[in-house]
Ligand binder design. Structure first.
Ligand code: C2E
Ligand code: MG
Ligand code: MG
Ligand code: MG
Length: 286
């Protein structure tokens, strides 16, 4: 046991454990009140159709403005939200506000955009995701075909009849389902034929070195070909330069998103971005 290894080491170990736990509990305490204190904000990243360079839609990314915790990034607070179960309520808030925002844009004259929302496995297993989606669509008026849920392989590791049934119900609503962070998880590839995904997102880690590494090109090419053979659209995330975009286009990747076009931005900035992007296209024919 740790105690046998010496008193000093034992107390050091204990302290390390408790400060980590304390940090998480501290964050959880703030997270519990984040919605009522109006601390969440949705950012939007454009998704571009590579075939015609048109704006296809947006991915919604959650931001938490909490100065006491120095504005934690999603990689930190989403994990705490998942462990504490708070993600169920937060996810519902994200879904509803994202649908409302995109419908408001459509009503104000922007072309009908698709909206991709990240969904945690906990929202499938501990929440009522089907009811949440139905409600978000109904109260916003957003057509179901414009909503896309992004799910990661983690959910599919436990392949249960309940999860398959939830997928069927979501598809029956008319929304799109996409597999996020493809290639980074440990699930079996056989789920691709069992789950009705409409699209597959190539993880940023593959895209980031396709312009410098032949193996990454081979891998990306194989992912695109496999996606297409399952009748899925393929989206590449983390596209930062023209060289990466050229390679992806050569391999018939369907859609791209990344800093090359825009980082995630607040709703107020997004409308101006979309206007500038459309103007640039009509003037340059890119
Ligand atoms: P993700 O779903 O894979 O989202 C893509 C991440 O890549 C985002 O990080 C985005 O800002 C970043 N990104 C996009 N383009 C580029 C690029 O060209 N270069 C680089 N270096 N990064 C790029 P972000 O916003 O920090 O979110 C991290 C993760 O947190 C997301 O990964 C997603 O899994 C999770 N997340 C964010 N918002 C939500 C949410 O509302 N609900 C849930 N359940 N998870 C969320
Ligand atoms: Mg995503
Ligand atoms: Mg994700
Ligand atoms: Mg991703």
């Amino acid at each position: 046991s740790a105690k046998e290894k010496g008193g000093d080491r034992f107390s050091f170990y204990e302290e390390g454990m408790s400060s980590e736990t304390e940090r998480r509990l501290e964050m959880e305490k703030y997270l519990r009140h984040a919605i009522e204190r109006d601390e969440f904000k949705l950012y939007y990243q454009p998704v571009i159709n590579l075939e015609n360079n048109r704006l296809r839609g947006v991915e919604v990314l959650l931001r938490w403005q909490n100065s006491a915790l120095n504005n934690p990034t999603p990689d930190h607070f989403i994990a705490v939200a998942e462990q504490s179960g708070l993600i169920v309520g937060i996810g519902k808030w994200v879904l509803e506000h994202a649908c409302q925002q995109v419908m408001a844009w459509t009503r104000s004259g922007l072309p009908a955009l698709s909206v991709a929302v990240n969904i945690s496995a906990k929202q499938f297993t501990d929440g009522d995701i089907v009811e949440n989606v139905r409600y978000a669509l109904q109260q916003s008026g957003l057509p179901a075909a414009q909503l896309e849920l992004e799910i990661t392989e983690g959910l599919l590791i436990n392949d249960t009849p309940e999860i398959r049934d939830t997928f069927k119900q979501l598809k029956a609503l008319g929304i799109h389902l996409s597999l996020d962070d493809f290639g980074t998880g440990y699930a079996s590839l056989s789920y691709l034929k069992r789950y009705p995904f409409d699209s597959l997102k190539i993880d940023r880690s593959f895209v980031s070195d396709i312009d410098s590494c032949g193996d990454s090109v081979t891998l990306t090419n194989a992912i695109i070909a496999m996606g297409h053979s399952f009748n899925m659209k393929v989206i590449a995330e983390g596209v930062e330069n023209l060289n990466q975009r050229r390679i992806l286009r050569e391999h018939h990747c369907d859609m791209v998103q990344g800093f090359l076009y825009s980082p995630p931005i607040p709703a107020e900035q997004f409308v101006a971005w979309a206007k500038r992007y459309a103007d640039m296209q009509t003037s340059q024919h890119v």
